[in-house]
Design a protein around this ligand. Structure first.
Ligand code: GLN
Length: 533
């Protein structure tokens, strides 16, 4: 099969579910074909690794250790594959590459220009990535919206690509928003019409329009959009607001997007089984409702903990439980009143010393009141500090990240001691740990996520660890180290003895990153089950 490109652009607002459209379209190919998602971001950071999650949402970590946009989390969840860092292209990477080429003399004698040098380089990067992954279908999500100054080079590059490709090898899906203004109970398609004009003035003619809206697109709106976009009505699709993003492939299939896209690309149609698997899980009726608190620093923007939220939903759907989530901000002092209302809690990852001391009382409350809790990355470190201070009597116990204390129960990883640059230098990506018999071991075993020699693989993103000497002391307490890294012996999993606390599971890893609807993260399953009791 010849390589096929599907380009996804968007309009009105950048947060419009371009990834949903891309992932849900790729979904119909991913069982038979290899689908490479590529994301083009307009920002000048090389990657989002150093961005504040409040500005950019969660930083997703791939198995290869790359720090990428949170959309890749959704791609991995929808497309059943493991992405690689090269699939994330930012303007930072583009300009760094161009300047390197210029210094090397690749453009000798030439004046280096945005067009054609930068646009050619963008096309080359997309094509090289696609070639390197060796896959059949490339979904390219163009960040930003048509008309953004920052994204213009990408739109021009896409235009050139279309020009170079054979008919049937290049498909352009344009996603727009159809508002219903207050007071007028009618969908308004003018913004969509205008965005198609904007695309046309850039030499781009979308093959498919997908309209996001509060309610399903009316037949009148569909007709208007088709008319102004020179498309047949069956090329206009609707994604209304839905309770679960996992229902979107099904919703698009009902509108026959799979048949249309297969047809336009000239690929023989294949009916997969995955949709049925998802539908069966989603059919699990919620017989119960539980309330989980996410106690963290970046709670002002829900997207900051996007994968944690998804992983909770995965467990909920599989166990037939409705999950209500509250975000409890550790910057304020009302942590205890927040967690009091919850059946269970998650203390996820973050960086820096803000709000740490505010937290300790809340963590003590969680422990003393037997609230089931999953501690992730910084969560594990804070839980250890609280235990060291309040149970083991090490009053000044702290992390070297927050204080220069000699009682650094959390200390800098050996591998970090000489690190100067902040970019991509943490302990990152997929790592193996060896588990001992424990509650955590049982959870990984029942999820079939452990090897014959008791190894589990999760992804990591940290600079600090439980001090190896302190870990020895812990073994004499009720808090047990139950998993260490296979290579360096770093503490990776800790749990409270089960007769002391119903669910007190901690990991230095980010188990939320590998949770899938059809293969939910074992530690999230454990938490939700404990809350149901
Ligand atoms: N700040 C902590 C560290 O660097 C935890 C990081 C995290 O939660 N991802 O080790």
């Amino acid at each position: 099969m010849r390589k096929k490109y599907i380009i996804i652009t968007g309009w009105v607002i950048s947060w419009i579910w371009k990834w949903v459209t891309s992932a849900a379209t790729g979904f119909f190919f991913a069982e038979k074909h290899k689908v490479t998602p590529i994301k083009l971001d307009w920002y000048l950071n090389v990657d989002p690794g150093t961005m504040n999650p409040h500005e950019h949402g969660e930083v997703f970590v791939l198995h290869d250790g790359s720090e990428v946009d949170m959309d890749f989390g959704h791609y991995e969840r929808f497309l059943w594959n493991t992405c690689e860092g090269i699939q994330s292209i930012s303007m930072g990477k583009i300009f760094a590459g161009i300047l390197e080429k210029e210094r090397r003399g690749d453009f000798l004698g030439k004046t280096v220009q945005m067009i054609p040098h930068v646009t050619d380089y963008i096309v080359d990067r997309i094509e090289e990535t696609f070639a390197q992954t060796g896959w059949d279908i490339c979904m390219v999500e163009v960040g930003g919206t048509v008309g953004d100054i920052e994204a213009e080079l990408y739109f021009e590059a896409i235009r050139q690509m279309r020009h170079r490709k054979k008919r049937g090898d290049f498909l352009h899906i344009h996603l727009t928003y159809v508002p219903i203004p207050g007071g007028v109970q009618e969908q308004k398609t003018k913004p969509t019409q205008q965005s198609v004009n904007l695309l046309q003035s850039r030499g781009l003619f979308p093959d498919i329009i997908v309209a996001r809206s509060v309610s399903p697109l009316s037949s009148d709106s569909r007709r208007k959009i088709a008319l102004f976009s020179n498309l047949r009505e069956d090329r206009v699709f609707s994604i209304p607001d839905v309770a679960s993003i996992y229902t979107i492939p099904s919703l698009l299939k009902k509108q026959k997007i799979d048949k249309v896209v297969y047809g336009l690309l000239g690929v023989p149609f294949f009916e997969g089984k995955k949709l049925e698997i998802w539908d069966n899980i989603l059919k699990n009726e919620a017989k119960k409702s539980i309330h989980i608190g996410i106690v963290g620093k970046y709670t002002a923007l829900e997207d900051s903990y996007s994968s944690v939220v998804e992983a909770l939903y995965h467990a909920g759907y599989n166990l037939g439980v409705h999950i209500d989530i509250s975000f409890i901000n550790t910057r304020t002092k009302d942590g205890i009143s927040g967690v009091k209302k919850c059946d269970g809690c998650i203390v996820p990852g973050w960086f820096g010393d803000t709000a740490i001391e505010n937290m300790i009382d809340t963590l003590q409350y969680i422990r003393e009141n037997n609230i089931p809790c999953l501690w992730i990355c910084l969560g594990l470190q804070l839980m250890t500090i609280e235990y060291a201070r309040n149970i083991l009597g090490i009053k000044k116990a702290n992390s070297l990240e927050f204080s220069k204390t000699k009682d650094d129960v959390i200390t800098l990883l050996d591998s970090q001691k000489k690190v100067v640059n902040k970019w991509g230098t943490m302990r990152l990506g997929g790592q193996n740990s060896i588990l001992k018999t424990s509650q955590i071991y049982d959870l990984y075993t029942s999820a079939k996520r452990i090897s014959d020699i008791d190894i589990v693989t999760e992804r990591f993103r940290h600079r600090y660890e439980v001090h190896p000497e302190f870990a020895k002391k812990l073994q004499k307490s009720d808090l047990q180290v139950v998993g260490k890294s296979q290579k360096e012996g770093i503490v990776q999993f800790i749990e409270m003895k089960q007769d002391i606390h119903p669910y007190y599971a901690a990991t230095q890893a980010h188990p939320e990153l590998t949770s899938k609807l059809e293969n939910p993260g074992p530690l999230f399953m454990g938490l939700v089950r404990a809350c149901m009791k």
